[in-house]
Design a protein around this ligand. Sequence first.
Ligand SMILES: C[S@@+](CC[C@H](N)C(=O)[O-])C[C@H]1O[C@@H](n2cnc3c(N)ncnc32)[C@H](O)[C@@H]1O
Ligand SMILES: [Mg+2]
Length: 291
Amino acid sequence: MAMASNHLRNLNRISIHHFQALLNDTTRFFSDAASSLPQPQPPSSSLKHNELAKFAAIADTWWDSEGPFKPLHVMNPTRLAFIRSALCRHFKKDPYNAKPLEGLKIIDVGCGGGILSEPLARLGATVTGVDAVEKNIKIAQLHAGLDPATSSIEFCCTTAEKLVEEGRTFDAVMALEVIEHVADPAEFCKSLSALTVPEGATVISTINRSMRAYATAIVAAEYILRWLPRGTHQWSSFLTPEELVLILQRAGINVEEMAGFVYNPVTGRWSLSDDISVNFIAFGTKSNNTE
Ligand SMILES: C[S@@+](CC[C@H](N)C(=O)[O-])C[C@H]1O[C@@H](n2cnc3c(N)ncnc32)[C@H](O)[C@@H]1O
Ligand SMILES: [Mg+2]
């Protein structure tokens, strides 16, 4: 596992170099300030425009592993380990295979710059990444296009609910660090469920609405350590694990596994833990008799 995460980190380092050069060449692409703002959207159950504007404002830093998305980059090997093992177990795939997710159609909802979509594709999955911010999708396409192993990812600026209207379905649906930014979490979960095939899997990660989360994920991360821009998270928008389990259950998804992510300030690494008091991830499956 250590070797795998070093490999991922190296890939990241190589690609950031090429990516910065490509990004410089395409400044014209992004120079129009208006294009960095989310365009007016038709009414939609999940969109919260002030949340989208926050991500549009820092979109060109997605692949800067020392920038505002550093926590996601550092957390990525840990959350990927959880997803990989849960998907392999559920879909009876060999976790020791070089491409254990081969044959699975996976959607990454709220994919941002593609930090999760890319390693999922490298594990063999057929990946679709969607995000409500156009600029994120352009960055994701540019970055994934640099590597033949990720260039086949389908990126699209859209929402889960629009894909439901189009009748799209996937073996596994991911929404990592997104639900705390949507307008209506219960409706969002219904859309994620509708995108999941019967007996498919849904994975959600988010931040617990606990006092510890207020102290660490907001006060420390935004105001003391300045890992994230101030105002990134609203404590009142967080869901407790119990609330998430309930709204997923009402949407037809049974949560089968949950884990916490815990940060070690000495090593600067995240690890999986039973402690779900701050960051947590839930793996659920859709029962056979729901739509
Ligand atoms: C914290 S980022 C997480 C990115 C990615 N999932 C990851 O964990 O690496 C949240 C992303 O969700 C997107 N987003 C927020 N609300 C959305 C919605 N209703 N539909 C689709 N994307 C949304 C934002 O534009 C942003 O890129
Ligand atoms: Mg967040």
